[in-house]
Design a protein. Structure first.
Length: 464
């Protein structure tokens, strides 16, 4: 669904890298973990970019998720074996699909190489080595002190025993990271070749950021950099990329348009209105420009003009689910939930029942305060949370629908699930405890509530 504006409507949600969403849209800023953006259109595009790469890497069945981070700088990374994290800035600054695909291929190289688990092993080994070095050094210093020579000789030698190995171990770790980056580059090019795609975008991206970092890296010790020396790394990447028969292969125009549409959407939701109009001036009549202007118009309160612009987009692409989604979201946020239902139904149908859009439809049905929609809202929201089990909005709206029906056991359980996903463990346990008293012991609802009551907080969370 369309990205949420950066205003007070941002909603704090909690799960550490959980894929959560805000009340009226797809952007969620988490209380713990990185701030995550949820948007069906952007996520679907990134999945399509990544799917053939993952298949080539033998990871197609690993259910690797793509998570968009609310950061404007260019970055992508892996932090576990199940997710590739991409800053929205990486999408904004990638002018072609091939450029961001190259970045995804590089990150897939890290996953395929098992670099995270190997790094943890290296860190554990380094920690053991440092402890041994510190103990040896401490022993030498104690011996020097007992010999009445605490300010020199053996004591100083003990300090050197501590400092020397630590610096050596640090350099070894950094060198290991550099080697991982080089291996990920090679793997990424291999995956691109295997899928018949050019590595030019990958090379262009790294070269651009190498040029940006040349001044900062001037005079730096190559052995203490966390990545290979920029010029060396890019030269090696260029040689590999140019050797591919697909070096000059261009992106499909239809894919380029979808890429530009997502970039326009991100710009409209994440940048100032004047910035959006500089990027997409009224003199530009392209579809991405019209999309960006329609979004920023609705975000800044001109609902009538925004709806007219969105209707113009729908006339051009009557089967685009995200135009109907945008229309429904604009009406819902414009306090017209009943009018939002029809376009959101259309968006759900055209998107093959995308769960984030289903949640928006469920929210519109609940917001009408019409009891005739209660059963439909429950059915839609239950289907949505079954596929998006870490989205607090779905459970929060489900709780409201159950409350309207008078099913307070399910309402308490859904409210507890929403609170748990937001990281509010105290509230979650209180609601789940109350839900347990409403369910028969041993029933599925009772078991789910009991699981929440018994759940241990994540490291660093407040268990109160």
């Amino acid at each position: 669904m369309a990205l949420l504006r950066k205003t007070s409507k941002l909603t704090a949600v909690a799960t550490a890298v959980a894929l959560a969403m805000a009340p009226m849209s797809a952007l969620a800023q988490q209380a713990k973990g990185p701030p995550v953006i949820r948007d069906t259109e952007a996520e679907q595009l990134l999945r399509e970019y990544t799917r053939p790469i993952l298949r080539s890497a033998g990871l197609e069945k690993q259910n690797i998720q793509i998570v968009i981070i609310n950061e404007s700088i260019f970055n992508a990374f892996v932090a576990d074996g199940r997710r590739i994290f991409v800053n929205y800035g990486a999408m904004m600054q990638s002018e072609t699909p091939n450029q961001i695909i190259g970045v995804m291929a590089h990150e897939t190289g890290h996953l395929a190489g098992g670099h995270l688990s190997k790094m943890r092993e290296q860190m554990a080994q380094a920690q053991t080595q440092m402890i041994i070095a510190m103990l040896l050094g401490a022993g030498a210093m104690v011996a020097g002190s007992r010999g009445g020579n605490s300010n020199g000789g053996l004591a100083n030698a003990g300090a050197a025993v501590v400092a020397g190995p630590q610096e050596m171990i640090r350099r070894t770790l950094i060198s290991y990271v550099r080697q991982q980056e080089e291996n990920a580059d090679r793997a990424g090019v291999k995956f691109l070749n295997a899928t018949g795609q050019s590595a030019k975008g990958m090379y262009e991206t790294f070269k651009r950021f190498t040029n940006d970092s040349l001044f900062a890296a001037r005079g730096a010790d190559p052995y203490v950099q966390s990545h290979p020396m920029p010029a060396e790394r890019v030269a090696a990447l260029e040689e590999m990329a140019r050797s591919s028969p697909y070096w000059d292969k261009k992106d499909d125009p239809a894919l380029q348009l979808r890429h530009d549409m997502v970039r326009a959407k991100i710009s409209a939701f994440m940048e100032r209105q004047d910035t959006v109009y500089r990027r997409y001036p009224l003199s530009t009549d392209s579809l991405p420009a019209r999309y960006a202007r329609a979004i920023t118009t609705y975000l800044h309160g001109d609902l009538r003009s925004a709806l007219a612009q969105i209707d113009g987009l729908i006339q051009l692409q009557p089967n685009n689910p995200y135009f109907y989604e945008l229309r429904g979201q604009a009406l819902l946020e414009g306090a017209k939930p009943a009018e939002a239902i029809a376009p959101l139904r259309k968006a759900v149908s055209l998107s093959n029942n995308a769960p984030l859009i289903e949640m928006l439809l469920g929210q519109a049905l609940v917001a009408t305060d019409n009891k005739a929609y209660t059963e439909e809202a429950i059915a839609i929201l239950r289907a949505a949370v079954a596929r998006e089990s870490e989205a607090p909005l779905g459970y929060a709206q489900l709780a409201m629908a159950y409350g309207r029906k008078g099913d307070f056991a399910q309402a308490d359980l859904a409210s507890a699930q929403a609170a748990f996903l937001r990281g509010d463990n105290k509230t979650a346990r209180e609601l789940a405890s109350r839900a347990k008293t409403r369910f028969a012991v041993g029933t599925p609802g009772w078991v789910k509530a009991d699981d929440i009551v018994a759940a241990k907080p994540l490291p660093g969370e407040n268990s109160n």
